[in-house]
Design a protein around this ligand. Structure first.
Ligand code: DGP
Length: 116
């Protein structure tokens, strides 16, 4: 999709540090890492957000989770990791192309909103 930064990364038009790529998905390091390992996994096809997942396009989401397991293994996250999808305004989604954050090599906090 024109003017979508993650479509451009998927197409190689904008540089990124890719850690995995196949016909359906790309995984690359986040520009603003929140953990020692912070990778974004995206479908190559433009899906704006998790709200846009349908029976017609959802197979790529299952594939993304297979890829996440593979990358996590390759990056040494045997002790665990966190996968996050931010959706929409309340979810603080800043890039309008479906992406999953893979975060690891750090002990995460839970619950996520201790101040509430
Ligand atoms: P979200 O808030 O879930 O929409 O997170 C978007 C993430 O994308 C954020 O952690 C920063 C990252 N990001 C934004 N622009 C770029 C870029 O051009 N390259 C890379 N590698 N990451 C980006």
């Amino acid at each position: 999709m024109a003017d979508c930064i993650f479509c451009k990364i998927a197409a190689g038009e904008i540089p990124s540090t890719k850690v995995y790529e196949d016909g359906q998905v790309v995984a690359f390091k986040d520009l603003e890492p929140q953990a020692p390992v912070h990778v974004l996994v995206i479908p190559k096809a433009h899906i704006a957000s998790a709200k846009e997942i349908t029976p017609e396009n959802s197979a790529v989401v299952a594939h993304i989770f297979e890829v996440i397991a593979k990358i996590a293994d390759e990056l040494g996250l045997e002790n665990g990791f966190r996968v996050i999808n931010n959706c929409g305004e309340d979810g603080m989604q800043s890039v309008q192309h479906l992406h999953f954050h893979l975060l690891g090599q750090k002990k995460m906090g839970w619950p996520p909103f201790p101040q509430d």
